[in-house]
Design a protein around this ligand. Structure first.
Ligand code: NAD
Length: 479
């Protein structure tokens, strides 16, 4: 019997109408059944968060520290179990699922520390006898809307700073990954959060998410997901004059120069393009390679792709799990076909694979002879599909890398200090990697992009404070 998980509203577990969550490695395996909130429950959750805000925002740092630290400890202690469920519901490998769970624990630990580091400034006024204090205050009710591809890390990096800085939360996770979301909320609830401080509303984006966008009582929204939904969040937030932060898609370039260490470049491409089944906003979907290394690079990459073990996410040998669901699988296949129609060559993979259990298995695909004008090079595919774009030199590589509506991450593989330095300064991306995959970031430093990839203040690390607090300047004349 699959578990039935309820929503958390005002400190009570509620809801009955359930939706099922299917394991993409084995569609016969039901991970669980989950309550599906409607508009009324979303409104109740918002009201509960509003009512809980005055007390929580005035709670001392020690109370917040205690909850966040306890949650971090429990997530870490249960990393194998939670990581396994994550791999089961999302399809990333067991190692990746456990790794992501450890990351969530580290994020809660980091923000537990942040509660004890709150600071302000006292500065003299330009007017004699007047003092000025600059402090930060919580924003209010924060709506947190998350995608399916990092089921625990993304909720963690939004919920932890929101709580650390004294906000209350209405959390709406993606429909495909409710188990990880439920676990994190259950842990925080039992860690001692007062009722109403954190509310979970699993359900449809068009219903529950939309109710959050439409509410004047949601003071800020932190959203990660597709560009299309992000634009809706932006438009609705402007309507209500609320703070919002968007993390959206990517079409991240990995530049490989003639002077690159071939083994390093192939490692970066393999990891960046195909690990986590390519379902990362930071995936390297455009491999921009200069002439003299191009053929060696493509041959070596195909050789490594051929050795990848694609299979059930829970098998210890698996390196690439299934695609998350049937819709995403079709999207991946459609983009491969579009690339070929536009003139690229399918140099490797791209076909569905049969495994012991029915699932959404796709052999990672490499398109060569691609140009940057093709749709497959311009639009986010969000699967294990990468295009190789051949260029003559570094200057052309940089121009192609920057010629995209997105700007999340970028990377360069080179042994030239001159080119690495120039690329770091001139790449139009929020995060730049040298001799590293475009995916894979630290939790204590800012995360975010430019152009169509991101909007608003950065997430993670100390920079998260910018979004989850608002600045107050107070003047005092003491006579
Ligand atoms: P999505 O936009 O379909 O859904 C994201 C969330 O928005 C889900 O919880 C969904 O239910 C909700 N939603 C849908 N309609 C809504 C509405 N009308 N009102 C409010 N909420 C609504 O995205 P997805 O398919 O879950 O995630 C994949 C996308 O996320 C990709 O584009 C990927 O690049 C992006 N992503 C970005 C980052 C980043 O940090 N830049 C990280 C991970 C994923």
């Amino acid at each position: 019997m699959a578990q039935f998980r309820k929503n958390l509203i005002d400190g009570e577990w509620v809801g009955d109408a359930g939706s099922r969550n299917i394991n993409p490695s084995d569609t016969g395996d039901v991970v669980g059944e989950y309550a599906s909130a409607g508009v009324d429950q979303a409104r109740q959750a918002i009201a509960a968060a509003k009512a809980a805000f005055p007390a929580w925002s005035r709670s001392g740092p020690l109370a917040r520290h205690a909850v966040l630290k306890k949650a971090s400890d429990e997530i870490m202690a249960r990393k194998d179990e939670i990581g396994r469920n994550l791999a089961r519901e999302e399809g990333k490998t067991l190692a990746e699922g456990i790794g992501e769970t450890i990351r969530a624990a580290q994020i809660f630990d980091f923000f537990a520390g942040e509660t004890l580091r709150l600071s302000g400034e006292v500065v003299p006024s330009v007017r004699p006898g007047v003092g000025v204090e600059i402090t930060r205050e919580a924003v209010g009710v924060v709506g947190i809307i998350t995608p399916w591809n990092f089921p625990i890390a993304i909720p963690a990096w939004k919920i932890a700073p929101a709580l650390a800085h004294g906000n209350t939360i209405v959390f709406k996770p993606a429909e495909l990954v409710p188990e990880s979301a439920w676990s994190i909320v259950d842990i925080l609830h039992r860690a001692g959060l007062p009722k109403g401080v954190l509310n979970l509303v699993m359900g449809k984006g068009s219903v529950v998410g939309q109710a959050m966008l439409d509410s004047p009582d949601v003071n800020a929204i932190s959203f990660t997901g597709s560009v299309g939904t992000g634009k809706r969040v932006a438009a609705a937030s402007v309507e209500h004059m609320r703070k919002f932060q968007l993390e959206m898609g990517g079409k991240n370039p990995l530049v490989v120069l003639d002077d690159a260490d071939l083994a390093v470049a192939v490692d970066c491409a393999l990891n960046g393009a195909f690990f986590s089944t390519g379902q990362r906003c930071t995936a390297s979907s455009r491999l921009i390679v200069t002439d003299a290394i191009h053929d060696r690079f493509v041959d070596a990459l195909k050789e490594r792709m051929d050795k990848l073990v694609i299979g059930d996410a829970l098998d210890a040998q698996t390196q690439i799990g299934p695609v998350v669901d049937a819709t995403q699988l079709k999207q991946d296949e459609d983009y491969i076909a579009i690339g070929v129609r536009e003139g690229a060559t399918l140099a490797f993979g791209g076909e569905r694979l049969d495994r012991k259990t029915p699932g959404f298995y796709l052999k990672p695909a490499l398109l060569t002879g691609a140009t940057n004008a093709m749709r497959s090079s311009r639009e986010e595919i969000f699967g294990p599909v990468a295009s190789v774009i051949r260029v003559k030199d570094y200057d052309e590589a940089l121009a192609v890398a920057n010629d995209t509506p997105f700007g999340l991450t970028s990377g360069i593989c080179t042994s030239s200090l001159k080119h690495a330095t120039h690329f770091k300064r001139n790449s139009e991306a929020g995060m730049v990697m040298v001799n590293l995959p475009t995916a894979g970031v630290d939790f204590h430093v800012p995360f975010g992009g430019r152009k169509g990839s991101s909007y608003g203040p950065r997430e993670q690390g100390r920079y998260a404070m910018e979004f989850y607090t608002t600045v107050k300047t107070a003047y005092t004349f003491a006579g």
